[in-house]
Design a binder for this molecule. Structure first.
Ligand SMILES: [Zn+2]
Ligand SMILES: [Zn+2]
Length: 339
């Protein structure tokens, strides 16, 4: 399923087209992967609508890929034929710049994103440098593993970046695929932390309560105590201003979004220095993921026996899955079943 042209999904509800392409050939150091499942991510909407546009078109999207190794490029020896691997948002980084050498390969100027800068997993086959593929723990089915590779790994990174301590209060704004995984991780890692979930639908709020949130409410609602950290996974600005108002002194807002949509940008004019920033409040965005985030999260997810709630679509119905994601019909994670 290839993206041929950028545009708004509400104007063109079928931005992806089923095309026949020759199987990709693995370059030196790469493996050929037969895709079993690929997760559907909000970032695909950002690519399609041009907020993080692919540098060239057509492109095959998809960066939560689970499949089997079926071929090797010259010199690729890390995996055997038949091994199950996962491919995440990080497709490659230079390995040599100051960021890469300091363990911040997610910030590498040559960072390449799967399914944006190179063809991804909305396809039967894809290639990837072997060092950027991840063994998938056996406990997970293909469909369960897919959303762990993005929503899970980025959620793990977001939680790390909050600097949260056990016994503190944390808020989650927006409660989609990443939010529900973060809440599960939180309960495991910081069992004494109190989780406050801001979500628009009653269904999402009930889901959050079932997963252990001590309080749920709408974005604008005042939580019963100031929060030491908040993770925002919404695509818009209004919750950012509200979240800053909910932070305790010294609190940190972590924004887990590749781009924000501009539709409600005027909400930022409500920003009041005294209410929203004074008292050493911090804002930090989450950019990409490193291989370490993916690998550590997969191990943690296996240990916790995280079982993401998934909704499967056939590959040909990728457009439908994207439209449902756009209209926020989110309950768990959407994955495309390919092989
Ligand atoms: Zn993603
Ligand atoms: Zn680099």
């Amino acid at each position: 399923m290839a993206l041929q042209a950028l545009g708004r999904l509400d104007e063109n509800r079928t931005p992806l087209t089923l095309v026949d392409k020759p199987d990709p050939v693995p370059a030196p150091g790469e493996i050929l992967v037969k895709v079993a499942t690929c997760g559907v991510c909000h970032t695909e909407l950002d690519e399609i609508e041009g907020r993080t546009p692919p540098p060239r078109l057509p492109i095959v999207p998809g960066h939560q890929v689970v499949g089997q190794v079926v071929g090797h490029g010259p010199g690729a020896e890390r995996f055997k034929t038949g091994d199950r691997v996962g491919i995440a948002w990080i497709f490659s980084a230079c390995g040599d710049c100051a960021f890469c050498r300091a363990g911040h390969e997610n910030l590498c100027p040559d960072f390449q994103a799967t399914g944006r800068d190179v063809n991804g997993g909305y396809a039967q086959y894809m290639t990837v440098p072997e060092g950027f593929a991840h063994p998938i723990p056996q406990v997970f089915s293909d469909a369960e593993a897919a959303p762990l590779l993005c929503a899970g790994a980025v959620g793990y990174r977001s939680l790390r970046l909050t600097g949260l301590h056990d016994d503190q209060a944390i808020g989650l704004t927006g409660f989609g695929a990443s939010g529900h995984l973060v809440l599960k991780m939180l309960r495991h890692r910081y069992p004494k932390a109190r989780a406050y979930v801001f979500a628009r639908s009653m269904k999402q709020q009930a889901f959050a309560k079932a997963l252990g949130a001590v309080w749920t409410g709408g974005t604008e609602e005042e939580p019963p105590e100031p929060l030491n950290a908040i993770i925002d996974t919404t695509p818009v600005w209004k919750p950012v201003v509200a979240a800053l108002g909910h932070l305790a002194p010294g609190g940190r807002l972590v924004i887990n979004a590749i781009r924000k949509e501009d539709d409600d940008k005027e909400e930022l004019l409500k920003l009041d220095y005294g209410d929203h920033l004074w008292m050493e409040k911090e804002i930090k965005s989450v950019a990409n993921v490193s291989r370490r985030d993916v690998a550590e999260f997969l191990a943690l997810a296996a240990e916790m026996a995280i079982r993401p709630t998934v909704q499967e679509f056939p590959l040909e119905e990728a457009n439908q899955a994207l439209v449902e994601l756009r209209t926020r019909k989110v309950h768990g994670a959407k994955v495309l079943k390919v092989g």
